[in-house]
Design a protein around this ligand. Structure first.
Ligand code: ZN
Length: 372
């Protein structure tokens, strides 16, 4: 990205303390960034989203995620006098970048004096780091997720495992092409700073303690501000949707890790949860309980599905109930079938390790049975 868009300033209304941005001005300034007329059309169609103040110098930016059930990513910005911190970014697509730029402009954030913290490696969180990180920025990520990124050789092992789980081979390429993590993955990544689980970050006068919460990804990290009783939850705790827990390997048991991580948050003194998507959560304890109940119900449902029959993870996913606007499994968009199969397999792996179900091979495909 070129230009000096971060130096453009908006006036701040003294009365509200919040940025007062006329839409036309924002569009004009963005136009100065050298955007094409086609992009200007996209901008005109996009509602201007003002940063929302969570606490003094602590803001939420709503980054649209078009064509996904998640709808938006919540990026949080801590504006410090010397350095600022941007937590999670959005997908590597123009709509996300534009919304991010608008938000950062409104807050008068200079990227040369900003660092980035990524709660986990998924593309909707890390997608824009290539555009946002400057030579002076640190990009913080957990050690396990940074190691996964460094070891990443492509989607081949994941797709091979999806076929092993019964995902129809002929639909796989389409599934992958529509996978937002594939399509809108970040460009060449800047240097990542893998931070220890016990690290504390200090920005804008806030002390943020890293809180390892493996499950959604092996290295998912929340940030906890004990003094303000605020938990930046990434995709560990979401409000009106449940975090997707997927398993694409025999070695991991992500649901077990996730449930342990939920338990670890039960005793935290939290008054406000800042999730990676959708609305803020006030009652952390109740939400944790709801999420635990949700997974217990899922596990029970799968045991019922496997009563007297053997099924692949794909077949199990096809029979589970999903909170998604489609009339039948066949009508599910391919990317959702992909997520559903990974989610079904996470529950199957959990049940397998509990000794409730057993695996077998059926035509070289993984299948599970509930022993009598
Ligand atoms: Zn996410």
């Amino acid at each position: 990205m070129t230009g000096s868009w971060h130096q453009l300033r908006f006036h701040t209304s003294a009365a509200s303390g919040k940025a007062d941005i006329p839409k036309t001005k924002a569009l004009n300034n963005l136009y100065l960034m050298g955007l094409t007329s086609n992009m200007n059309k996209i901008l005109e169609d996009m509602p201007l989203r003002l940063p929302e103040e969570i606490a003094p110098n602590w803001y939420r930016l709503r980054i649209p995620l078009p064509d996904t059930p998640l709808k938006e990513l919540n990026s949080y910005v801590l504006k410090g006098r010397e350095r600022s911190l941007i937590i999670d970014t959005g997908l590597n697509r123009q709509e996300c970048l534009t919304a991010m730029q608008q938000g950062l402009q409104a807050l008068d954030i200079d990227l040369r004096h900003s660092d980035l913290f990524i709660t986990h490696l998924h593309a909707d969180h890390i997608g824009l780091v290539t555009d946002l990180a400057t030579a002076q920025s640190s990009v913080f990520l957990s050690r396990p997720d940074a190691a996964l990124i460094r070891a990443w050789t492509g989607f081949d092992s994941m797709t091979a495992y999806a076929v092993f789980c019964g995902f129809p081979e002929e639909q796989l390429q389409e599934g992958l092409n529509r996978h937002p993590g594939f399509h809108f993955r970040p460009g060449e990544l800047p240097e990542l700073t893998a931070i220890p689980d016990t690290a504390t970050l200090d920005y804008a006068g806030y002390q943020l303690h890293c809180l390892p919460t493996p499950g959604h990804t092996p290295g998912h990290l929340c940030l906890y501000a004990p003094e303000q009783k605020i938990l930046i939850a990434g995709d560990h705790i979401l409000g009106d949707i449940t975090p997707n827990i997927q398993c694409w390997s025999d070695e991991r048991n992500p649901l077990q890790a996730y449930l342990r991580s939920l338990k670890a948050c039960r005793d935290l003194d939290v008054e406000l949860v800042l999730p990676g998507h959708r609305e803020l959560v006030r009652d952390c304890g109740r939400r944790i309980q709801e999420l635990e109940t949700h997974h217990a119900q899922r596990l029970a449902e799968i045991l019922e599905i496997l009563d007297h029959r053997t099924a692949t993870p794909f077949e199990v996913a096809a029979q589970m109930t999903w909170d998604f606007a489609a009339n039948s499994w066949d009508a599910f968009p391919m990317a959702q079938k992909w997520f559903a199969t990974g989610e079904a397999n996470a529950h199957l792996r959990y049940l397998e390790e509990q000794g409730d179900i057993e695996r077998s091979l059926r035509n070289n495909r993984l299948a599970f049975t509930r022993p009598l």
